[in-house]
Structure formats: C-alpha cells, structure tokens
Ligand binder design. Structure first.
Ligand code: SF4
Length: 231
C-alpha cells in the first residue's frame, strides 16, 4: 500500500463515527475538479507512511476510534488493500472505503470477505458524460455500472455521491443519474469547493436553491437524497 496521508482523528469522513482517515496514493482517473492533486500525481519525493506506522497509530488510538476511512486517490488500485484492511479489522475497527467504482471485482471481494462496513462510491455524472468529467478517453463505463449494481444488492452499507459543479451538472443530468441509481439507499450531492489542491481550478458551485432543485428532481427515485458540504 502506498499511504501518503493520515488524518489521525475525524468526525466528518465516516458518517456518525470517530475515525482515522488513510489517504492512498495514485488514481486511474484525472478528474479536473479533484481536490487531492498530490494524491493523484504524487511528487517524486512525497513522504509516505509504512503500514507499520499506520497500524501502530491505530493500536494506540483504538479505544477512541470507531473505525478507519480509506480514501485516495483510488484505494482499490492497490492489490494488497485486502491484506491491509484485514489487519485493521483484526483490531476490531470498522472500515469505510471511498472508491470511484472502477474495480468492482475488488469491491466484491471486500464485501464477500466482510472486510468493509461502508462504501462511498463516486458518481461523476450521468453515464453519457462520464468520459468528459473523469478526463478519460474511450473509458469503458461497464466497471462503473457493475459497481453500482453490486452496491445496490445491499450486502454492505453504502452511499453514492456526486461532487456538483455549475459547469458540469444540469437538471437533465440529475434526472438521468436519478433514473440510473433508482432505489439506491443513499445519495449525496456534494457542492464543489475550490482549494489549493484542486487539479484544475476552473469550476464553480451551484447556489443552494439550485442544489435543492436537484434534490427535488432525484427524490422520487432515491428518497434518501441530501446535500452535503454547504455551510
Ligand atoms: S476525484 Fe477521486 S477519482 Fe477523480 S482523480 Fe481525484 S481521487 Fe481520482
């Protein structure tokens, strides 16, 4: 595992839980709105944590932690992710995984072996616009479709979530996503926020009224749809 970051305690990353967040390096997408540039394009001299350092931290803090959030980058790129998670689960901690959904086989393995308790999967946009928004050329969306179908089977708690930008997401896109994800247990619209780490800071956020309009479009298909990240 290439671990490039560790947030020792967070109340935000794992819904309802006190967690540590582990940031893995590398991603197979190039979303221009990504706010983790140094994880997607790690500098050659990037500091990394050994597994031992991470596990020692978790052992020291396990009395105050409910769980661990593993995010990236894209954690499922790392073949040793299941072994790493197994060591975390052996400490009695819950595991939440953030994923872009490009590795449904890894997700399936983790679910079947009870190595994850919660999965948050990004939905970048409606299917027709996936190539554009992830900055991929001729990207085959079928792994994303497989991951959505896998999570909708409900064998693990999950949420879908979309970072919403004014330049990329329209009412029509929201309706298309809603029909695609119909019946999902939870869907969050996360308002885009600019930061120093954004790969290409050319985007802006919708106002709250527009986001609420989007929620109203989606709710008939996914009743548990909410806005996240608006102050
Ligand atoms: S937003 Fe997620 S999927 Fe996209 S480049 Fe960043 S880490 Fe990768």
């Amino acid at each position: 595992m290439l671990v490039l970051g560790l947030q020792k305690t967070t109340l935000l990353d794992y819904p309802g839980k006190v967690a540590s967040t582990i940031f893995t390096g590398g991603c197979n997408f190039r979303c221009p709105f990504c706010h983790n540039r140094d994880l997607v394009f790690p500098p050659a001299d990037a500091f990394s944590f050994s597994e031992e350092e991470i596990l020692n931290h978790l052992i020291a803090k396990k009395k105050v932690l409910d769980g661990v959030c593993i995010t990236g980058g894209e954690p499922t790129l790392h073949k040793d992710l299941p072994d790493f998670i197994k060591q975390i689960k052996d400490l009695g901690l819950l595991v939440k995984l953030d994923s872009n959904g490009t590795n449904p086989k890894m997700l399936e393995y983790l679910i079947q072996n009870k190595l994850v308790d919660y999965i948050a999967m990004d939905i970048k946009n409606c299917q027709e616009k996936y190539n554009d928004i992830a900055c991929m050329i001729n990207f085959d969306i079928s792994p994303i479709l497989d991951s959505v179908n896998l999570l909708k089977e409900g064998m693990v708690s999950y949420e879908f979530r979309t970072t919403i930008m004014k330049e990329c997401h329209t009412k029509e896109d929201m309706l298309s996503i809603a029909k695609w994800l119909e019946g999902a247990s939870a869907y969050y619209l996360q308002s885009y926020k600019e930061s120093e780490q954004v790969i290409n800071p050319i985007f802006s956020s919708h106002d709250l009224d527009t986001l609420q309009e989007f929620v109203n479009i989606i709710k008939p298909y996914i009743p548990n749809t909410n806005i996240r990240g608006v102050d």
